[in-house]
Write a protein that binds this ligand. Structure first.
Ligand code: FAD
Length: 417
């Protein structure tokens, strides 16, 4: 097994460890849950739901047929589950097929400990079992190409790998399985699907995994085709999400890097978790509000990614900043200092103009105009007085932004898939 990172797991180890597998496996039988491969196939090929409408039905058929066997494989290789399935399904299925793994017991080997990130309970168990079975795991080895008999035909023979400045060819005995975690970290590749996804949009699994798109690109280089990519644009899942932990570079909703994370030196800040979106307003890189802060739907995302008037940046919406005052800090019980915030993704100022001038972020290509930010806040404060947001219909705006110091925290949407 080849892994470019210093440790295994990729996105999987950062995940919630919620495993959606059914088809009539032993845990379902134990709890009397009725399920079958055909029921899974029916759920994931529904025409009346955007998450299933575009599915490749050949792949879904195979997936459905392998569900139960895959679950038994996980059990046989030591993965433990907390009990019966969770209620609700997600996406195009309402069937309860989601099982929660038991978290790995060694906190220092959990990349994002303490916050229900049970993906390590999946990955570490499989690692343990693989090593016992004699699987060799080569860390810090990066696949650079796939070798085929002829450039675009014949059997796949192996892969080329770079490690420590050396190039190695690894021969396959039976075949090669490539999985490099998707392509959301590859700006040019992801813009194939959605041209708005310029460089300011971070990914949920960073800074641990790259989502390089390498598997797709290297497979296409030897003649494979790529399809079934509607997830990128169907707005039916969590492809692009609202940031929940603000003031840090990676604030994906269910993922928090606390100081005991083995990669905290890379993540650099925990972020300030927003409990009530009434406590902030959101502005774009030119200091203007763009949508109701209490919304988190794809309408909010689309507005955040809309053209903001910068003639040098036609695609992508640029950085989004949550703006708030010291009263909001008190209400939310935040401590707006490192390691909770990252100075590159957070700013403060005694006045709103000073705040705008203090924003110093690699993705903020032009200074935020302080007068615009001040006008935005004054207008918002007038909505609090009147009780009506005539610009974006935020339900009954509650709190004025008026007590210094003022703060700006990175709140740009973040990519999940
Ligand atoms: C925060 C978060 C929560 C999630 N929660 C869930 C959940 O609860 N349930 C669920 O089903 N899914 C969840 N997911 C999605 C799930 O984690 C991914 O779909 C899954 O891990 C993808 O598996 P993969 O093997 O393709 O990629 P990964 O798990 O990312 O593994 C790919 C590996 O390839 C390595 N790699 C990349 N390029 C190269 C290269 N050129 N050479 C060598 N190695 C390379 C990477 O370093 C990585 O370790 C979540 C994802 C995130 C980010």
């Amino acid at each position: 097994m080849i892994e470019e990172n210093f440790d295994i797991g990729g996105r999987g180890i950062m995940s919630g460890g919620s495993i959606q597998l059914g088809g009539g496996h032993s845990l379902q039988k134990k709890y009397g849950t009725v399920d079958s491969a055909d029921m899974i196939f029916a759920d994931w090929t529904r025409h009346d739901h955007p998450a299933s409408r575009y599915s490749d039905r050949d792949i879904v058929r195979k997936f459905a047929d392998e569900n139960a066997a895959t679950f038994e494989f996980l059990l046989a290789h030591g993965v433990q589950f907390t009990g019966r399935e969770q209620a609700g399904g997600g996406a195009s299925t309402n069937a309860g097929r989601t099982y929660q793994t038991v978290e790995w017991h060694i906190p220092s080997q959990v990349i994002a400990p303490n916050r229900g990130r049970n993906g390590a309970g999946l990955v570490r168990r499989l690692e343990e079992s693989a090593r016992k079975s004699g699987v060799e795991i080569l860390l810090k080895h990066s696949m650079t190409s796939i070798i085929r008999e002829n450039p675009k035909s014949g059997r796949v023979l192996g892969i080329t790998v770079r490690s420590n400045g050396n190039t190695i060819n690894v021969q396959a005995r039976k075949g090669v399985y490539v999985g490099t975690g998707g392509n959301s970290g590859n700006v040019n590749f992801r813009r194939t699907f959605d041209p708005r996804l310029t460089e300011e949009y971070q990914q949920a699994c960073a800074p641990y995994a790259r989502q390089s798109g390498d598997a797709e690109l290297m497979s296409m280089a030897i003649g494979a085709s790529l399809w079934a990519t509607a997830q990128q644009t169907s707005e039916s899942g969590a492809a692009i999400t609202k940031t929940v932990h603000i003031g840090c570079q990676w604030g994906y909703g269910s993922l928090v890097f606390e100081t005991d994370s083995p990669i905290f030196h890379l993540a650099r800040a925990t972020g300030l978790t927003v409990a009530n979106w009434q406590d902030v307003i959101m502005v774009n890189q030119v200091g203007k509000r763009f949508w109701s802060e209490t919304d988190g739907s794809y309408k909010f995302i689309a507005a955040a990614m809309a053209y903001n008037g910068d003639p040098d940046k036609l695609n992508g919406g640029g950085p989004i900043w949550a703006i708030f005052d010291s009263d909001a800090v008190a209400r939310e019980r935040w401590n707006p200092k490192p390691p909770n915030v990252d100075p590159l993704y957070f700013a403060s100022g005694a006045t709103l103009k000073e705040l705008a001038a203090n924003i110093n972020n690699p993705y903020q290509k032009r200074p935020m105009p302080g007068t615009v930010l001040q006008e935005t806040v004054e207008r918002y404060n007038s909505f609090v007085t009147s009780g009506t947001d005539t610009d974006f219909k935020k339900p009954k705006p509650m709190y004025k932004i008026e007590k210094p110091p003022f703060y700006a925290a990175w709140a740009t949407p973040i990519l999940h898939d």
